[in-house]
Design a protein around this ligand. Structure first.
Ligand SMILES: NC(=O)c1ccc[n+]([C@@H]2O[C@H](COP(=O)([O-])OP(=O)(O)OC[C@H]3O[C@@H](n4cnc5c(N)ncnc54)[C@H](OP(=O)(O)O)[C@@H]3O)[C@@H](O)[C@H]2O)c1
Length: 291
């Protein structure tokens, strides 16, 4: 018999990819654009929904992902990403479901010289990272049957993302200034969703880093995207993080190493191949140019 999945955050970027892979095996819920809706900050609502649905697996991909918004309102960030996640963890444990919680590379301080392994110490330096780390702690405290999956720099079809912002600015002929001293792993939502669904049947609970292979600066990421779509002559000015002030402080070097899932055979392709696949699906690359 197929497992029943509950995807929380189903209309978000990752949630949409998960829902399309899971099809009728999944019920998707979120703050809006889903039926029923669910606000994870409401404990009674979370408990009731899980008791009604009785899923075998809960994939919790809901979050307040506006990192600058979280910096302006840390209390709200803690409520949604921290306490809301504790509600999901407790309710999933009550109904005997497994839980996949999606976390972030921003739980690290960004001072490392090499990619962070799964058990490197967490030391978030901004309210978004702190709130997601609270969520991780809530999961570990009450839900032993968990997969905590950290990821980074997601790009997805539809909605806003870094690739679309860079392409939009280049097409509009706007001058491009991109930060060079912030490094992580660009990750294609569709690859992440598929990897999560490969991880679950392993039954090996714990903390995992699922990102496309390899790391790059935001500047290098932007340069790669423009070169692929024929904007080789479009200049980009590399700037430092200090020259791009924003409410949140991103960790400078927050690349992740996938060691744990790789040991179970779950790996993701290099980020350049993933970007090419994304651009191809958007109709921006010809077939022979995909990696
Ligand atoms: N995007 C990235 O670059 C990135 C990087 C690392 C980790 N992550 C993590 O990956 C996961 C998925 O990210 P994403 O980019 O797919 O996020 P997203 O597109 O911003 O979607 C987040 C979803 O969460 C829902 N949500 C927000 N508050 C909620 C609440 N109180 N109750 C129930 N649902 C709520 C939203 O519903 P509405 O649409 O109805 O508001 C939305 O569907 C998140 O856990 C995020 O922290 C993301």
């Amino acid at each position: 018999m197929n497992k029943l999945y509950l995807v929380i955050g189903a209309s978000g970027r990752l949630g949409r990819s998960l829902m399309s892979l899971l099809g009728e095996q999944a019920l998707g819920v979120g703050m809006s654009n889903t039926s029923p809706t669910l606000d994870i900050t409401d404990w009674q609502a979370v408990r009731r929904l899980l008791e009604e649905v009785r899923p075998q697996v809960v994939i919790h991909a809901a979050a307040w992902t506006d990192v600058d918004g979280c910096a302006r309102d840390p209390q709200r960030a803690r409520l949604i990403n921290g306490i809301g996640t504790q509600h999901v963890a407790a309710a999933s444990a009550r109904v005997g479901a497994e839980l996949v919680y999606i976390s972030t590379n921003e739980v690290f301080d960004g001072q490392a010289q090499q990619p962070y392994g799964e058990y490197a110490p967490c030391a978030p330096i901004n309210p978004y990272g702190y709130s997601k780390w609270l969520g991780e702690q809530g999961v570990r405290a009450v839900q032993p049957r968990h997969y905590i999956v950290r990821t980074a720099w997601l790009f997805a079809h539809g909605g806003k993302n870094f690739i679309q912002a860079i392409l939009g600015a280049a097409q509009a002929g706007k001058p491009l200034r991109v930060v060079i001293d912030e490094i992580a792993n660009p990750t294609y939502n569709d690859d992440l969703a598929a990897a999560i669904l490969r991880l679950i049947p392993t039954g090996r609970y714990g903390t995992f880093h699922l990102v496309n292979e390899g790391a790059v600066s935001r500047y290098g990421f932007a340069r790669y995207v423009l070169d692929q779509v024929g904007h080789n002559q479009t200049p980009i000015t590399p700037i430092s993080r200090q020259e791009w002030p924003r409410p949140s402080t991103p960790p400078p070097y927050a690349a992740l190493e996938n060691a744990a899932a790789a040991s179970l055979g779950v790996t993701l392709r290099p980020w350049q191949q993933a970007v090419n696949a994304f651009l191809h699906a958007e109709g921006l690359l010809r077939d022979e140019e995909t990696a």
